[in-house]
Design a protein around this ligand. Structure first.
Ligand code: SF4
Ligand code: SF4
Length: 231
């Protein structure tokens, strides 16, 4: 039985030119023939080059599209967001399919950085970082605006830059009020926060931890951040 698409078989190089059937089964041996070279004329490496040139995205070139990352991705499986498919994002970036990739602007930011994909990838692709790098490319093209995740990142960086140590309570307060997340203002969350403060697990306000000599580091960090992220 031929295993190649017939239109791809180079007929001049067929080992057996006549169709040969044995008990109704095609045994012409087309499986051992050459297939014609295919050249994709509209192929663009723009996305791949951009992603692979970032420290976060450089392992994209190792992906062989096995799908293991997507099969274990909590966003794709546990949360049932089928459109969130890291293997497919990588495929589109590798192929330079910008029009198709654009369609995923509403979901690509939903990665929760659990890193299951990174642990499972047999080819050493830093999938989580690659997905964020693809997202960075999409953002740089103006295909996506602010998202809850980018606003969280912004609030996180702003908070951490103050003393070099995160003030979790201040961050949560500011983010929750900005996003109007009613579910965070419940008793369970308040009780948990109080416990954490009482046991010294977190320190907030004037009592928050600070890194000695942080001002110098902060200036350097700000300069790097203002110079643009790696995407
Ligand atoms: S698990 Fe790794 S090699 Fe397989 S599709 Fe995902 S990134 Fe590619
Ligand atoms: S890090 Fe992101 S892409 Fe990877 S498994 Fe978790 S949610 Fe999915």
């Amino acid at each position: 039985m031929p295993i190649h698409e017939k239109n791809l078989v180079d007929k001049d190089r067929l080992l057996v030119k006549e169709e040969a059937k044995l008990d109704g089964l095609d045994v012409s041996g087309q499986w051992s023939t050459f297939i014609e070279q295919r050249i994709l004329g509209d192929y663009s490496t723009d996305v791949l080059d951009a992603v692979a040139s970032t420290p976060a995205g450089k392992t994209i070139v190792n992906c062989w599209q096995c799908g293991t990352c997507t099969a274990g991705c909590c966003m794709h499986t546990d949360f049932g967001l089928r459109e969130f498919n890291p293997r497919y994002f990588i495929y589109l970036a590798q192929k330079g399919a910008e029009d198709e990739l654009k369609k995923y602007a509403p979901v690509i930011w939903r990665c929760v950085t659990c890193n299951k994909c990174v642990e499972r990838c047999p080819k050493g692709v830093r999938v989580e970082e690659v997905v964020h790098s693809i997202e960075g490319y999409m953002r740089s093209k103006g295909w996506m605006g602010d998202t809850p995740a980018s606003r969280w990142d912004e609030a996180f960086v702003k908070n951490t830059l103050q003393t070099g140590v995160l003030d979790e309570l201040a961050l949560t307060r500011s983010y929750v009020s900005r996003e109007k997340l009613a579910e965070f203002n419940n008793r369970f969350m308040l009780r948990m926060a109080l416990k954490l403060v009482r046991t010294g697990r977190i320190r907030t306000g004037p009592l928050r931890h600070r890194v000695k000599g942080w001002e110098k580091v902060r200036d350097v960090a700000k300069e790097i951040l203002e110079g643009g992220g790696e995407g």
